[in-house]
Design a protein around this ligand. Structure first.
Ligand code: C2O
Ligand code: CU
Length: 477
C-alpha cells in the first residue's frame, strides 16, 4: 500500500475541518409555513465532482459523489420518522440508492434488477425511508457498486434515538481507501480487473476519513464523544487504533451491545460494517492520533483538544449504554428454516465449476463471464431465481461456511441477524449485525426472524466478490 503518510502535511488547515460532523440539511423554514403538510423530499443527486483526496491542499481528484461531494451529505433523522429522498441521477450510468442496514420497506431497498429498475441518467426515483432502529447506517448505489463506490458514491445516515444523550457530541468517521494513479486520479484502468476480483478485491493506496486525507478534529478537553465509525471501502478490512482513548464499544452495525472496553483500543471492521464508540477525552489539552494498521500502521486522522475544559450544568448520565431497538430477537431455533451458505472459489481455491444462469460451467467459461466465486455452487447473478423462500415470521438459521482462502463480509438485506456461533463455539457477546466477517476456513452461524416481506439480497460486501458471483437473494412471503 502506497501510504499517503509520506506526503507533507504542511498545508493542513484546522479551519478546513469544520466539516467533521458534516453538513446540515437545508432548512425548510419559511416555505414550510406556506405549504401544506406534504413534506418536500430531500433531493440527492449523483453527479461528478472533485475532491482533495491526496493532500489537503493538493491536487483535486475527479470523483462521483452525492451532490458532487464525498462523502455525500450526512443525513440525519429521528427513529421512527420517515425521510423522503428524491434521487436524481446526473451521471451517465444507471444507478440507485441502497440504505444499508435500514430494515426498510422492500420497494425502497434500492437493488437494481431486484427491487426496482436502475434509475437511468436524467431520471429520478423517490425513496421513503422509515427507520425502525436508531443507529449508524449508510447509503450507496446498488448498481455496479464495485465501480460506483470506488468512484466516491456513498454517504452516512444517522438515525437518532429519542431521549437524553449520554455524550456531548457525535463525530462521524467514514473511512475509505482509494486507488489513485500517478496523476492523483482514480485509477479507472484497473476497475474491473479480474486479478482484484479473484483475490482480496480492489484495495486502495490512499486512505481518507470523511473524504479528507488527514482530518484534524477540534475538540474540547473533557468532552465525551460518540464516534460513529463506518468502513465504506470496496474491500479493505480496516484495523483502526484509538491509542490513548480507551473507547467503549456501544453498538455494532447500528444495533446496541452491552458497552465493553475495546480490546487493545483496536477496531477491526470489514467493508460496510459500523461501530459506535464512546470516548472520554482527557481534561487536559492534548492530541490523539488515530491510526490505520491493516498494513504498516500510519496516522489516519487526529483529535486536537483545545480551549477550556467542558463545563456541564447537568452531568451526563452514568450509563453509556444505548436503548435497545425494536428488533425481533425471539429466535425459534427449533422451528427454524436452515439454509447453508457455502462459499467457494477465488484464487487458490478448490472450485472447479459452478452453475451460471442455470447451466453448469467450467472455470474457464466462468472466468470469461467474469465469475470466480460461488454460493452453494452457483455463481450468482441478478437473473437467478430466489435461493430460498421463507414464510414471514419464521426464523432462518444460516451456517456460513467459508471454503475459500479469503475473508468475506457477508451482508443480509432488510434484517439484522444474531451471530450465534463461530466454528461451533457460541459467541460470548450478544451481537446483532447486518454484515459479518467470515475468515478463511471459518464456519459462522447466524440466525434471524424473517419478518420483512419482499426480496432481499445476501452477498459479500467485498464488492468485487459480489459482482464475481458472491450474491444471491431470498424471498419473505
Ligand atoms: Cu451495502 Cu447490498 O449492500
Ligand atoms: Cu468476499
Amino acid at each position: 500500500m502506497r501510504k499517503s503518510v509520506g506526503i507533507t502535511r504542511r498545508g493542513v488547515l484546522l479551519s478546513g475541518t469544520g466539516a467533521a460532523m458534516g453538513l446540515m440539511l437545508p432548512a425548510l423554514v419559511g416555505r414550510a409555513a406556506v405549504r401544506a403538510a406534504e413534506p418536500e423530499p430531500r433531493v440527492l443527486s449523483a453527479r461528478k465532482g472533485r475532491a482533495a483526496l491526496w493532500e489537503t491542499d493538493g491536487p483535486l481528484t475527479d470523483i462521483w459523489g452525492y451532490d458532487g461531494r464525498v462523502p455525500g451529505p450526512l443525513l440525519t433523522m429521528q427513529q421512527g420518522e420517515t425521510l423522503e429522498v428524491r434521487f436524481k441521477n446526473e451521471l451517465e450510468q444507471p444507478s440507485t440508492i441502497h440504505w444499508h442496514g435500514i430494515r426498510i420497506e422492500n420497494a425502497y431497498d434500492g437493488v437494481a434488477g431486484l427491487t426496482q429498475p436502475a434509475v437511468e441518467p436524467g431520471e429520478t426515483f423517490d425513496y421513503r425511508i422509515k427507520a425502525p432502529d436508531a443507529g449508524t447506517y449508510w447509503y450507496h448505489p446498488h448498481n455496479r457498486s464495485w465501480e460506483q463506490l470506488a468512484r466516491g458514491l456513498y454517504g452516512v445516515l444517522v438515525v437518532e434515538e429519542p431521549g437524553q444523550k449520554a455524550y456531548d457530541r457525535d463525530v462521524v468517521l467514514a473511512f475509505d481507501d482509494w486507488r489513485l494513479d500517478e496523476a492523483r486520479q482514480i485509477d479507472v484502468a484497473s476497475l474491473g480487473a479480474m486479478h482484484d476480483w479473484a483475490h482480496a478485491g480492489r484495495l486502495g493506496n490512499v486512505l481518507t476519513v470523511n473524504g479528507q486525507p488527514y482530518p484534524r478534529f477540534p475538540a474540547r478537553p473533557g468532552e465525551r464523544l460518540r464516534l460513529r465509525v463506518v468502513n465504506t471501502a470496496n474491500a479493505r478490512i480496516l484495523t483502526i487504533r484509538f491509542s490513548g482513548l480507551a473507547p467503549h464499544l456501544v453498538a455494532l452495525d447500528g444495533q446496541p451491545i452491552a458497552p465493553e472496553l475495546l480490546a487493545d483500543e483496536t477496531l477491526v471492521i470489514s467493508p460496510s460494517q459500523r461501530a459506535d464508540l464512546m470516548v472520554d477525552l482527557s481534561a487536559e489539552a492534548k492530541t490523539f492520533t488515530i491510526e490505520e494498521a491493516s498494513g504498516q500502521p500510519f496516522a489516519a486522522c487526529e483529535f486536537v483538544l483545545d480551549g477550556d475544559p467542558v463545563a456541564r450544568t447537568t452531568p451526563l448520565p452514568e450509563d453509556i449504554s444505548l436503548p435497545a431497538n425494536p428488533l425481533p430477537t425471539a429466535l425459534d431455533m427449533d422451528g427454524a428454516l436452515t439454509q447453508d451458505l457455502l462459499m467457494e472459489g477465488g484464487a487458490m481455491g478448490r472450485m472447479s465449476g459452478a452453475m451460471l444462469k442455470g447451466e453448469q460451467r467450467g472455470m474457464r467459461e466462468l472466468v470469461d463471464a467474469g465469475k470466480v466465486w460461488s454460493f452453494n455452487g452457483i455463481a450468482g447473478s441478478h437473473e437467478d431465481p430466489a435461493a430460498f423462500t421463507v414464510a414471514r415470521g419464521r426464523t432462518v438459521r444460516m451456517p456460513i461456511i467459508n471454503d475459500t482462502r479469503w475473508p468475506h463480509a457477508i451482508h443480509v438485506h432488510g434484517h439484522h441477524f444474531k451471530v450465534v456461533s463461530r466454528n461451533g463455539a457460541a459467541v460470548a457477546r450478544e451481537e446483532w449485525r447486518d454484515t459479518v466477517l467470515a475468515d478463511p476456513g471459518e464456519r459462522v452461524e447466524i440466525a434471524f426472524v424473517a419478518d420483512n416481506p419482499g426480496k432481499w439480497m445476501v452477498h459479500c460486501h467485498m464488492l468485487e466478490h459480489q459482482v464475481a458471483g458472491m450474491m444471491s437473494w431470498f424471498e419473505v412471503t
